[in-house]
Design a protein around this ligand. Structure first.
Ligand SMILES: Nc1ncnc2c1ncn2[C@@H]1O[C@H](COP(=O)(O)OP(=O)(O)OP(=O)(O)O)[C@@H](O)[C@H]1O
Length: 540
């Protein structure tokens, strides 16, 4: 249902500002405009029945507004434009999505152009203050927000998604929204793999209130690992990060949309939703998982770790990239046709019963994170991979010098990979897997709600595995159910879900693919530990 109509008639509270203006687009149409704490109410002053021409726009849906003079210096009028992105019914299909709804008024109440402009500015300030208050207040709690105005670095990967040329119009849409929201931004087009990583590793971060990535999840993975590779990593990793869907998977962007509580949307509608949430500039904590591989430097993951079916589909479906998000559906069907079983040992440290609600105060009350007890955080064992896949350059660079203090938090739950596990770890009895998937955000792709209960900072690795013996039909059913996040309710005997703090995976199949945040990493034994709320994410 059209949000404006749905809200029409509700109690909008006392009016704090009232004015009568004409529409910029049609000066013959006069409107009575009222501002309350929650809404902007626009009533056309015409012969139509009362209510027919009344529009109530929630200030929660407002990203910004502008007061200005027109080009004609002889015209004393001032203008007020307010930018809304309410959830509205789609034209062509059922359901709702965010759509742009600009309100433009012409103020001519006074002869003095300066006085008209001052009046428009007064309205703009009042709208901004009230919409900020509406957005910051969630369930009665004030959220932490970026400063207004904000300065963002917008990193765009021109090769992501459907490939070169595909990013032009999406970048324009987002820049337009940022301008409407009064966000100063600098556009950086990445030139090569690892460009973003090197850039954030060296950048003067004091110049930026946020780093925003418009790409797939791979570019954010680079940025996070670049931040954690800095000598000042503790401060750097708290730089708020934003993500806009520019790839074909867009898992984190889809997760942020899911956390907002809005019904699922895809492609351009997801872009508009994430753009809207970015413009709201509300920041939450985000868990990061540190991943140790057998002979590569430790890396940090914000999304997922996969082995078996999911990792294979991710990588094998590269050749269908031109189809966009459909590449995963095609890849899933192809891999289903040649379903494989992967051998190995999976172990994990479960979340204790009373472990879930540990202190994680709201950001604005929060002290800087304390250092954890000392623990070795980079080590090697004797396992050698004969995996023929090319491992990303970033992971294959030599380990950090032993004289340099390693960056990043210490891993207090992990022992060296070649040492036996502590007694409180669970070793999964099965050794044949169709897939192992660790998730720390809700979505694996735009249309795969793999971990519906995940939140950005719950401090859990949601570990899913499917054991060998599952039929093709049952696995297909699981993936179809995953589109709506209903796979756990399907009571499939082969699917197991556990909330864990750390895990170890020791594949015994000689070849295979392991992905971290959708990027191929060294194949072989690995272990991982979650660091609750280590990073900052703009979730709107
Ligand atoms: N100009 C560039 N040319 C080539 N590669 C680039 C460039 N800029 C960034 N990259 C690399 O592209 C890789 C893939 O990026 P990313 O995952 O963000 O997009 P994607 O692969 O299209 O997303 P998805 O996996 O959702 O399809 C990243 O590892 C990044 O290093």
């Amino acid at each position: 249902m059209d949000q404006r109509r749905a809200e029409h008639g509700r109690n909008t509270g006392p009016v704090s500002l009232y004015g009568e203006f004409t529409l910029t687009a049609n000066r013959k149409v006069r409107c009575a405009v009222s501002l309350t704490e929650k809404d902007l109410i626009v009533q056309r002053l015409s012969s139509s029945p009362v209510g027919r021409n009344k529009v109530v726009l929630s200030l929660k849906d407002c990203i910004g507004c502008r007061a200005y003079r027109g080009d004609d210096t002889a015209d004393p009028a001032a203008y007020l434009t307010i930018f809304f992105y309410p959830l509205k019914r789609r034209w062509m299909s059922s359901g709702v999505s965010r759509q742009r709804a600009e309100q433009c008024f012409r103020l001519t109440g006074l002869q003095d152009p300066r006085a008209n402009l001052e009046e428009a500015e007064k309205w703009a300030r009042a709208v901004r203050e009230r919409s900020a208050r509406q957005q910051y207040l969630r369930d009665g709690v004030m959220m932490s927000a970026l400063s207004r105005p904000s300065r963002m670095m917008l990193l765009v990967n021109p090769q992501s998604g459907k490939g070169p040329g595909a990013h032009g119009s999406t970048t324009t849409t987002i820049q337009h929204m940022l301008n409407e929201a009064g966000v100063t931004h600098t556009l950086v087009i990445t030139e090569r793999q690892n460009h973003a990583r090197e850039l954030v590793k060296e950048a003067d971060l004091s110049q930026w209130d946020a780093l925003v990535i418009m790409s797939g999840d791979g570019l954010l993975y680079e940025v996070i690992n670049g931040l954690l590779d800095r000598p000042d990593w503790e401060e750097a990793v708290r730089t708020p990060l934003g993500i806009l869907p520019g790839g074909s998977g867009n898992a984190l962007a889809a997760s942020i949309h899911h956390y907002s509580g809005a019904p699922p949307v895809f492609s351009e509608e997801l872009l508009l939703s994430c753009g809207f949430l970015l413009c709201q500039r509300l920041v939450t904590r985000m868990d990061l998982v540190s991943v140790h591989l057998s002979s590569s430097p430790r890396l940090f993951s914000f999304l997922s770790l996969a082995w078996g079916f999911v990792a294979d589909v991710d990588i094998e479906s590269e050749k269908y990239r031109h189809t966009g998000a459909a590449r995963f559906t095609i890849g899933t069907l192809v891999r289903l046709a040649s379903l494989r079983v992967y051998r190995g040992t999976l172990s994990y440290l479960p979340v204790a019963e009373d472990d879930g609600e540990e202190d994680n105060p709201p950001l604005h009350h929060q002290a800087p994170p304390s250092r954890e007890p000392p623990c070795q955080n980079s080590f090697h064992n004797s396992c050698h991979s004969n995996n023929s896949l090319k491992v990303r350059k970033a992971e294959s660079t030599p380990s950090r010098s032993t004289t340099k203090a390693p960056s990043g938090p210490l891993d207090s739950l992990l022992l060296p990979l070649d040492q036996p596990l502590p007694g409180d770890w669970v070793v999964v009895p099965e050794e044949d897997f169709v897939l192992v998937l660790a998730m720390y955000q809700s979505n694996l792709a735009e249309d795969l709600l793999a971990s519906p209960d995940s939140t950005p900072d719950d401090g859990f690795i949601h570990l899913f595995y499917v054991t060998g013996g599952i039929s093709r039909a049952a696995l297909l059913k699981l993936f179809l159910a995953m589109e709506k996040g209903l796979h756990l309710a399907s009571s499939c005997q082969h699917l197991v879900h556990a909330k864990v703090r750390a895990l170890r995976l020791e594949p015994s199949s000689p070849k295979g693919v392991i992905t971290v945040d959708g990027e191929v990493v060294e194949y072989g034994p690995l272990q991982a530990e979650v660091h609750r709320g280590l990073a900052r994410l703009i979730t709107g």
